[in-house]
Design a protein around this ligand. Structure first.
Ligand code: NAI
Ligand code: ISE
Length: 339
């Protein structure tokens, strides 16, 4: 059976996920899409040569009897609403990050899913599917560098639009680290502090860029993350793990070494689409396979979305206070215990 998917939001990543469902992945097809810019949605379908219906209202897509599962790729602030509606309709939903723009919103999703009685939500945290991060995780868990002490990370985007604000550095960008660092360290956040260095002249009036976020984990590991979203030179994701007997670094994406004009160099990628293509493919194929198998979803859960959002809320508080703020996360419900 082919899984029939409805996509809400046909912007940048919506188009990427529609394309991969149609041309790359196995066992699914897009049968309906929605965007508040319905003309844009139609144009997307034409460009990708897909025979599907376009709607202005995402709720319409969720209710269509022919739609088996939902992908939410609309703006951050709409995710909670559409994910809750999909759960209400009993339909599995792949929701792009963040699950919600506050922990309270994510908690509504967790509560609705627990009430439904079976996992229906996978959050679009793709880094745990990236080969480099998986290699780092293996090195940490097999003890190759001894006990974990520190991590040094950077999340750099070349540029962001005027609409991007200081808090989005946390809720829209750092949210990836907030998930992947819990996963890498198998630990939860204890405290967080946000430091603002000198602001780049490339930034906009409503964005303080860059920012440095310092974490203490519950087991004592310390982590620093630089978020720099107008770094100008490329899309650059860094993660170095320091253990008692060695260090391990996220591999650079493969790039041909060029020798020309008395220089040796490799190129740096410029966007998330290229940097994490393979990881996006695997996360969505996993969702499709899990839904079709009819068992439990195995990808990042609504609880993972909630836990990242609890840390994000605390980062926002720390942005304002300048203080070291405690991260208060409740016990993970048995419902989300990894089987
Ligand atoms: P975008 O602005 O290019 O596209 C979003 C689309 O959603 C727009 O076409 C907009 O008209 C539509 N939209 C907004 N509200 C809607 C509503 N109520 N109903 C239907 N359509 C609606 O943004 P982009 O970059 O594609 O991001 C979309 C989401 O995906 C964001 O939540 C973002 O955080 C996430 N994202 C995740 C990435 C990842 O690495 N996992 C990468 C890029 C985006
Ligand atoms: C974007 O929404 C993403 O999720 C990208 O992966 C991230 O690098 C970027 O900062 C976000 O704006």
């Amino acid at each position: 059976m082919t899984l029939k998917i409805g996509v809400i939001g046909t912007g940048a990543i919506g188009q990427e996920h529609i394309r991969r469902c149609e041309n790359v992945l196995q066992g699914a097809k897009v049968v309906a899409v929605s965007d508040i810019n319905v003309e844009g949605a139609r144009t997307t379908l034409q460009h990708l040569n897909i025979d599907a219906e376009s709607y202005a209202d995402g709720h319409h897509v969720i209710q269509l009897p022919e739609v088996d599962a939902i992908i939410v790729t609309s703006w951050d602030q709409t995710h909670e609403e559409f994910t809750l509606a999909a759960i209400e309709a009993g339909k599995p939903v792949f929701c792009e990050k963040p699950l919600g723009i506050s922990a309270e919103g994510c908690r509504h999703v967790v509560n609705a899913e627990i009430k439904h009685g079976k996992r229906l939500v996978q959050v679009g945290f793709m880094r745990p599917y990236d080969t480099g991060y998986r290699a780092l995780k293996k090195i940490i868990t097999d003890g190759s560098i001894g006990e974990l002490l520190m991590l040094h990370c950077a999340h750099r985007n070349p540029t962001v639009p005027e609409s991007y604000t200081t808090d989005m550095a946390i809720t829209n960008t750092l949210i990836h680290e907030l998930d992947v660092l819990r996963w890498l360290t198998n630990d939860e956040y204890k405290t967080v502090q946000v430091i603002f260095p000198r602001v780049t002249s490339k930034s906009h009036s409503r964005l303080k860029d860059p920012q440095i976020v310092l974490f203490e984990m519950q087991k004592g590991v310390r982590i620093d993350v630089e978020i720099f979203v107008n770094c100008s030179y490329g899309y650059d994701i860094q993660c170095e793990v320091v253990g008692e007997t060695g260090t391990a670094k996220l591999p650079e994406p493969a790039s041909v070494q060029l020798r020309s004009e008395a220089k040796i160099y490799t190129t740096i990628q410029t966007n998330w689409k290229d940097r994490f293509t393979a990881a996006y493919d695997i996360e969505l194929q996993t969702f499709i396979n899990d839904v079709k198998a009819g068992g439990e979803l195995t990808g990042p859960s609504a609880w993972d979305g909630f836990a990242a959002s609890v840390a994000a809320d605390t980062c926002l508080k720390a942005q304002k206070s300048g203080a070291i703020e405690p991260v208060e996360i409740s016990q993970c419900p048995a419902f989300y215990a990894k089987k």
